[in-house]
Design a protein around this ligand. Structure first.
Ligand SMILES: [Zn+2]
Ligand SMILES: [Zn+2]
Length: 187
């Protein structure tokens, strides 16, 4: 019988992404998931998901592509990209993941203060990246949106929502989240 590999999380840059941001993310994810987290190879810029009418990249297509190319690996995948993302019913999204899916994607584009005409602020950017990543990993873990405004699973439709919530799961969400990542059946 083959031995089950240890569950872990891999971060894939999707196109060029600042290495510092990825390293911060590793620490955040390891702490939250209580699992090892690695930065893996850079994947191609998601040109296959580009919508020329919207000038943005389709999350569903990116997730499908990731699921295809990462499916042999028994781990959770978090892709990080600079390109602007959308899903059909929204003008834009900060990230996306299927409920109980193995892949999640987040975009840095609208997390940067400069996007809103503000000055660069790396501390604020890291906070937003952490919140967005944990939120999408929460969906991968099977969590839906939480009604507590401070919980990281609160839905962010605007950057103000992201800034208002914390980078922490509420007690209920945290328990579900940890349980999901510790369950061997995910592997
Ligand atoms: Zn969500
Ligand atoms: Zn919650």
């Amino acid at each position: 019988m083959e031995r089950e590999p240890q569950p872990h999380v891999v971060i894939h840059p999707l196109g060029p992404v600042d290495e510092c941001i990825l390293r911060h993310l590793v620490v955040t994810v390891e702490h939250a998931c209580q699992l090892p987290c690695f930065i893996d190879q850079k994947l191609q810029n998601p040109s296959y998901a580009y919508d020329p009418v919207r000038g943005q990249y389709c999350c569903q297509r990116i997730l499908q592509w990731l699921e295809r190319c990462c499916s042999p690996h028994p781990c959770q995948v978090l892709a990080v990209t600079e390109v602007d993302l959308f899903i059909l019913v929204f003008k834009y999204v900060f990230g996306a993941a299927r409920i109980k899916g193995k892949c999640a994607v987040i975009s840095l584009n609208r997390l940067r203060p400069q996007y809103y005409g503000e000055e660069e602020n790396m501390a604020l950017l890291y906070q937003r990246v952490a919140k967005t990543a944990l939120h999408e990993l929460g969906h991968s873990a099977g969590l839906t949106h939480c009604r507590r405004r401070t919980c990281v699973m609160y839905s962010s439709t605007r950057i103000q929502d992201t800034d208002a919530k914390t980078a922490e799961f509420c007690d209920t969400c945290r328990e579900l989240f940890r349980k999901s990542f510790q369950t061997a059946s995910r592997a």
